[in-house]
Write a protein that binds this ligand. Sequence first.
Ligand SMILES: [Fe+2]
Length: 324
Amino acid sequence: MNDSDLNPMSIIEGKELQLKGVIEQTLKNSLDISRQQSDSHKRIAETADEILQALKSFCQNIKAGSDPGSESKKTDERTTTDFDRLARQVLADVQFGYLSSNLQMLMALGSAVAERDTGNSEHNYRVTLYGCRLAEEIGLKREQIQTFIKGSFLHDIGKIGICDDILLKPDKLTDKETAIMHNHVLMGSRIIKDVRWLEDAHEIVLFHHERFNGEGYLSGLRGENIPIYDRIFAIVDVFDALTSDRPYKPAYTYDETLDYMENQRSRHFDPEILDRFALISHELYNDIARKTMPDLPDLIHHMIKRHFNIDLDDDSLQTRYSIM
Ligand SMILES: [Fe+2]
């Protein structure tokens, strides 16, 4: 190795194109799955150029040496600040691309399974909205609500492994078919457990049919052994089922719904969480129960903005958020 190998100027000047290529490729790899492909790549090229210019200025100042009080020191400080700003912007842009892509894939996947099961994905949207509002009322942390959103939207993902003859059977299931159907919680949990971004939500999927009295499935957990996410989910899942039209019944009124749910206190539902739900249930009924497409995705986007600090309706990759 000779001296020029250690000189930052020679690295930058001699390998400028390669360096730019590395920067662009690194950013592209992180952003390729973004839905705004063309805009992303244009922005990546611009950012790569800006980084290169900042690097070159930075290295020129190193080469010139620091002379206290000189003009070069001021330039050095300014360039360092610019470089720091750029680095933060690139990091935020990459996180934006990663998070927005994950969230959109989350909704697409959850909706695909729901469409196959019930013909629409409105239930997924509403239970997630109800559950987030209840989680806020209880005081769950932001990270916990993020976990709830993931698990709630994918709660029935395991039904992708249930054959049509059982999943769509109009008649009552046999005992064997019921056992197969119940297994969707285990299949779903396995599916998302191997995805790092989703692994924190796998218990929501696994335990979303448990009941407070231990008579749910698949594990028969009882009381507070059931994760709080699933005790929340159980309430909002039934609330939405009762307040919606279904092929086998018309929608219950608000009072009929609350009467039914009160009857399930300490049976299906955690009594303390049911009390908290009662404080907001009428507002939720008025705000959400009769919402359909395309209003529901808009409401979810607002919820996601509140808890993930990201605007899925912002089509640019400019940083107008603070993820860190
Ligand atoms: Fe389910």
